[in-house]
Design a protein around this ligand. Sequence first.
Ligand code: G3I
Length: 623
Amino acid sequence: MSRFSGWALSAALLLALGACIKKRPPAEPAPSAPSAPAAQTSGSAEAPTGKYGQVQGVELSGGIKAFALQGKTERASVSMVPVDGQPFHEALRAEVKEKSGNTWDVQVATRVAKPVTYGDVILATFYVKAEASRQESGEAQTELVMELARPPWAKSVEYPVRVGHDWSKIYVRFKAERSYAAGEAQLIFRLGYAPQTLQIGGVTVENFGKQLVLADLPTTKITYPGMAADAPWRKAAADRIEQLRKRELAIVVQDKAGRPVAGAEVVVHQTRQAFGFGSAVVAQTLLGKGNERYKELTAELFNTAVFENNLKWQPLDGDWGSGWTVDVASKGADWLSAHGIQTRGHVLVWPSWRNLPRSLKRLEKEPVKLRAAVNAHVTELATAMRGKLVHWDVLNEPFDNHDLMDLFGDDVMVEWFKAARAADPNAKLFINDYAILSGGGGDTPHRDHYEKTIKFLIDHGVPFDGIGMQGHFGAALTGPEDLLQLLDRYAKLGKQIWITEYDVELEDEALAGQFTRDFYTTLFSHPAVGGILMWGFWDGAHWRRNAPLYRKDWSLKPAGEAYRDLVLKAWRTDEVAKTDAAGTYKTRAFLGKYALKVSSGGQSKTIEVELLPAGGPVVLKLD
Ligand code: G3I
């Protein structure tokens, strides 16, 4: 049941209750619990009248200037700001300074001065853009609501919106789910989200009464630039993949006298791709009894993994209860290694008090001890995991996690990388942040800060190898061309790029599948990118219960089909062939590890080889 129908249901229940407690005629037939939220029902039963644009609606909102801050108003501030280049000249700028428990804790609202009748067809049109966001996706969030301005707050629409930093035009079509007398209803943009700054402008809410049906009205479909099947970027990406990720594999079969063996059967089976394909995993789930489907898919789908939480300082320090120990992480890495999976370390220093162990807070007034405690943690953990990890995220999300840099200055970051390198000379060291690829193209303060921070580390001789871009996406999807431009921008810094935490939070699974296919293809085609990990692959173990690949019941989502199609088939070389008269078989194969089996005259031989970016033919001598 959607939250929406729940409201209608509770309204009906209250009406019924009211009828029991005191005799009064219901204001109108108790609204039946709608089969689906009226808003955006593209499949509305009524055939379009075709009269949209020909009939006049009644304006219900009075424009964005009529909206005033309400609720826990200390958590946000609002102002009107001028706007250029849009069909409106000013917008409401809302700066949310503090996270709320409920999205309605703080909001902007306006009363609807006109009466609205049950079943009226209404179109809300407005523009929103993100200025700054703490959302992993770099997006700003709000939600349009029309409700009774008193209990039971009976709603006619609740429409969540996520946008990047370009102006997005949003259409929300809906029906009045009850009648509201003049002044009884209110229109709301909710602001109870993580700290963010957004602008809202060009607001109209037109009531067409019964002159139109929902299907007459425009609706907002989430798209991204370059999603068309014939988009030019596709061929260019395919050509780069062919050049970057493959090379000629020549297999020469000889007999023991060194003479070529013609017609020998050659089986080319790729056992591991050179490119990192991975996911966040939970060590306890890998090590625990059962969870067979989770384990077998981890082994089948990935050659790289990262622990979602097992190597974080808070749990290791006991903040999250028992079971979070280095030993569990170490055994988890052993399980992964035994299944041919390399492990990334996440994360040595996440430098904000909210992501540091509670025990550290008592050292806030003892800076020397505090600084030493952080360095000691880096050394101890990196030493304890030495030899088990191919990467460490040394520093996580410095854009809005900088309490330690504020205390000690940016040089303290240099210490953490040097301590990590000294403790583990082999693990590649990464910086990691979010909202770099997500939220649409162009420059943002977050992206500029990341580039500046990386340049600072380079200029200070920090020994690090990689740039992590988390890749948490919401409705503001970044198109392939913009992704490539962003990758080019950071590739200039001379470090390998890994996508460390991909996921895409969309209701529309088909769109999520299409974007996942295009995202992986784009990233796989860029020379600076070494690997892509998602932040969990199964809804049953995902921080937002909306993982890319598998639903809770282990059914495969469209994005899961796209992933399996690309990573297990299209981007893997498995061939069976015969050698030619010169005893040779040549093919273009994906870089990585292979089991090559050759057979002739009842004899066969299998060898393991690694196809590196450069190298000569593989010669196999039959005994
Ligand atoms: O399970 C314990 C519970 O037993 C205990 O009572 C409770 C006390 O707070 O903690 C519970 O642990 C929770 C843990 O996830 C395991 O479920 C923590 O509260 C909760 O804060 C923790 O959230 C993790 C979050 O990072 C903060 O560390 C998420 O699972 C994890 O997906 C998320 O991952 C981050 C990346 O590290 C960095 N990039 C963004 C990404 C998403 O926020």
